[in-house]
Design a protein. Structure first.
Lengths: 154, 264
């Protein structure tokens, strides 16, 4: 059945191309899905970082997902305001990140210690503010010695 | 309209040329973490450049009556980035200088100290500028600034940490960091020259006291000497650039000019 609800569900299920464990809804970058009287669907997304190279992939993944759900006419638009913050990651998204071995950011205004995703130790240190994607930092556990990634507060 | 267009080109071109210079470190940085860090910062800068040039193209396509002028089609971000001549660029001279330093020969090696000193000067300026643009009467500028401000705080922090580590490091790292600061200092004055439309963007000169205070603090902690103000080269904002921009654009634009509109 092709309804506005099924359009939203299709868009919401799209996995983030760089953080495969979470969907774009989990990550808080899916803003809205609406359908005009002509049936045309408009999906609004927002970038995590200004230069996020995943935006083009997300755009085409959303169009693919909606087309499989029966929506042929789809516009994907980008909204900048309000600017994305890691506080927009949903509770489910935070859990999925942790389960995938990526430390969650924590509240932006509260710089608390980061727990090792491997052994749970809080004796950790930041190796680099920048990592394999724009939105993550590189950390290391001083107890188990393993490196891990963390979505950095923004 | 033309004043707003100029503001967009200044911000967008500063970011674009900064990104291009930082990208020279991709696969050439001192270590893997730094390689990734500088590439990420370049990507953020490129993101701002794309948003500002897209907006600039839209403004350009609107006539004085507020309606789209059919005789002058709007240029998109690619047309503005890849098909403008050096004289049409509005970036400051500081961002176009080679990573080897302002007086380096054509094949001089990249100098990490120069890159870090420039990043400190530029990102501190950008952070202040974006913060100020949160109060702009132009909605689009406000939206871009709200994103870019937080990213530029990370850039500034990265440059600050390196400046301190190198300045207050070994004799050799101190010597080279001081040389980079000395060589680039004259070019920082241009950041604070010119005018801006009231309400839309801050008066460039109004940002200098806060910039000076921040940079001064970092230099002090880094045991570096703040150079005397003196020679203050400028011209970038009016399209009069050093020859370095021409070579940079040649490399950046060659593919698009040779194969117009190609995608991969």
């Amino acid at each position: 059945v092709v309804t506005p609800e099924s359009a939203y569900a299709a868009a919401a299920a799209v996995a983030d191309p760089e953080l495969r464990a979470v969907t774009i809804e989990d990550l808080g970058i899916l803003r809205s899905v609406s359908q005009g009287t002509d049936g045309r669907v408009t999906v609004t997304i927002t970038p995590t970082y200004s230069g996020c190279p995943a935006m083009e992939a997300i755009r085409s993944d959303v169009v693919d997902a909606l087309s499989r759900a029966g929506f042929v006419e789809v516009d994907v638009i980008t909204a900048l305001s309000p600017a994305w913050t890691t506080d927009m990651i949903t509770p489910a998204g935070l859990e999925k990140l942790e389960a995938a071995g990526i430390a969650a950011p924590g509240p932006v205004l509260l710089q608390i210690g980061v727990r090792c995703v491997h052994c749970g130790s809080s004796r950790t240190e930041e190796l680099s503010r920048f990592c394999s994607t724009a939105c993550k930092a590189l950390w290391r556990c001083r107890d188990c010695g393993e490196p891990f990634e963390r979505v950095k507060p923004l | 309209v033309s004043e707003l267009l100029d503001v967009c080109l200044r911000i967008g071109d500063d970011a674009l040329i900064t990104a291009q210079r930082l990208a020279e470190w991709s696969a050439a940085a001192p270590d893997l973490e730094e390689d990734i860090a500088l590439s990420n910062i370049a990507l953020d800068q490129l993101g701002v450049a794309r948003m500002m040039l897209t907006y600039a193209g839209e403004i350009e396509g609107v006539g004085a009556d507020g309606r789209s002028a059919s005789s002058r089609a709007a240029r998109d971000e690619d047309a503005l980035a890849f098909l403008r001549e050096d004289r049409e660029y509005r970036n400051c001279l500081l961002v176009e200088l080679p990573n080897a330093g302002p007086a380096a020969g054509p094949h001089a090696p990249l100098d990490f100290g120069v890159t870090i000193a420039r990043l400190l000067f530029v990102s501190t300026y950008q952070h202040l500028l974006y913060r100020s643009l949160l109060d702009s009467s132009d909605e689009r500028l406000r939206d871009v600034a709200a994103k870019a401000r937080k990213e530029s705080a990370y850039h500034e922090d990265h440059a600050t940490q390196w400046t301190i580590r190198l300045g207050d490091g070994t004799d050799e790292s101190h010597r080279r960091m001081q040389a980079a600061v000395d060589d680039l200092w004259p070019y920082t004055h241009e950041l604070f020259t010119g005018t801006a439309p009231a309400g839309i963007a801050p008066d460039p000169g109004s940002l200098r006291p806060a910039w000076l205070e921040t940079v001064d603090d970092v230099l002090t902690v880094a045991t570096l000497r703040r150079p005397e103000d003196g020679w203050a080269p400028s011209g970038g904002r009016a399209g009069r650039h050093t020859e370095h921009l021409s070579y940079l654009l040649a490399e950046m634009q060659v593919l698009h000019r040779a194969h117009p509109g190609s995608a991969w």
